[in-house]
Design a protein around this ligand. Structure first.
Ligand code: 8OZ
Length: 358
């Protein structure tokens, strides 16, 4: 049986081990550009089998929080290229997370202070982080049907930009109550067009995005993150999450994506927040499955050895342990992440967590 420390092939990307750095929003990209500290931060973590970057918005409208990086302008591509070069020089692999927040946004980030866009015009009961600190998210406007091809095109443009920036792959953010999840769930999506109502209709935008990206950059460099039952960002439980996500996985199977990355349970919280059969999802998807959320070393070792998952993504422990792979290998103690320095700021709590001494 494979071990957590064995290599793994995800589409075109060869991983040295099955330990993945989960995407982590850090709000340190002034001017929407990953800066010099981001180069150090990602380089320090290059022993991960695969780094998945923090969410990077695919367009100006896709931004919802202060100082998150973009992946759509030539300037952003240049800035990211320095990050991907540093990770590659250190022997690592890095994917970018393609992010559109939908209604989890604020006028401060939107072009001309416009309303953020969503599947619905109902606001989320949620907060975002702005120059003024944590504030309520803005009321959105429902996208018109004829605007949806433009959304798909923004994802394609961002995916092509990611390839120019030297990323090994892209991960589409289909999780955590952001735009694509706002279309998937019937707790949020109240549309009456071909993108609302039935499961087929609610999954349509996500599947169009995935097919378009696959056509543009290749399935072997395209992955997806889902969170079937997470309640974060006012993503209410779908009336039949299992049927919805089983359908999505079945439709994705023929695309032969590089990976499916699943947040099991509540993002950053309990794994048993609602019943869900993740094995059923994996069985339908057929391709490589990266599991995430609350995995201990023991759980990760067991899950890979038993073959229930192909790889495990760790979030918070990668914040505070740049050498997490080595620590897991040695069963060395893990440093605890400081929650006060997670979002915004400088090097403190970002690039100053030490590696184990030799
Ligand atoms: C924490 C703070 C801001 C954004 C997610 C992109 O939950 C996020 C996020 C997390 O997916």
């Amino acid at each position: 049986m494979p071990s957590l420390f064995d290599p793994l092939q995800l589409g075109a990307v060869s991983l040295a081990n099955r330990i993945v750095m989960a995407p982590l929003t850090r709000n340190r990209s002034q001017g929407l550009l990953p800066g010099p500290l981001a180069i150090d931060y990602y380089r320090q973590r290059a022993t991960a089998g695969l780094i998945i970057s923090e969410g990077a918005q695919i367009s100006p409208e896709g931004q919802g929080y202060l100082d998150t990086p973009g992946i759509y302008s030539p300037e952003q591509v240049t800035a990211w290229k320095r990050v991907t070069d540093a990770v590659h020089e250190a022997g690592g692999k890095i994917a970018v997370q393609l992010w559109h927040v939908g209604r989890i946004s604020h006028a401060e980030f939107q072009p001309d202070g416009a309303k953020p866009v969503s599947s619905t015009d109902r606001p989320a009961q949620s907060k975002t982080f702005t120059k003024e600190g944590f504030v309520d998210v803005a009321a959105p406007r429902a996208l018109k049907t004829e605007e949806l091809p433009g959304i798909v095109q923004s994802y394609v443009h961002a995916a092509k930009s990611a390839m120019e920036a030297g990323f090994d792959a892209v991960e589409v953010h289909g999780a955590n109550g952001y735009l694509l999840d706002q279309f998937l769930r019937d707790s949020v999506n109240d549309r009456t067009d071909a993108y609302g109502g039935s499961i087929e209709n609610r999954a349509r935008l996500l599947l169009e995005v995935m097919r378009a990206i696959v056509d543009a950059i290749g399935a072997d460099r395209t992955g997806l993150r889902l969170s079937p039952v997470t309640p974060v960002n006012d993503a209410g439980q779908d009336s039949d999450a299992q049927a919805l996500f089983n359908y999505v996985a079945e439709q994705l199977a023929p695309l032969n994506l590089a990976f499916l990355h699943v947040i099991e349970g509540q993002t950053g919280g309990p794994r048993d927040v609602a019943p869900f059969d993740y094995a059923a999802l994996r069985e339908r998807f057929k391709g490589p499955y990266i599991a995430n959320n609350g995995y201990t070393r023991e759980m990760a070792l067991t899950a890979v050895a038993e073959g229930t998952v192909d790889a495990v993504a760790f979030g918070r422990s990668f914040i505070s342990n740049p050498d997490l792979v080595r620590r897991l290998r040695l069963n060395a103690p893990l440093q605890k992440a400081n929650s006060a320095t997670m979002y915004g700021g400088g090097a403190e709590g970002y690039t100053d967590y030490p590696a184990l001494a030799d």
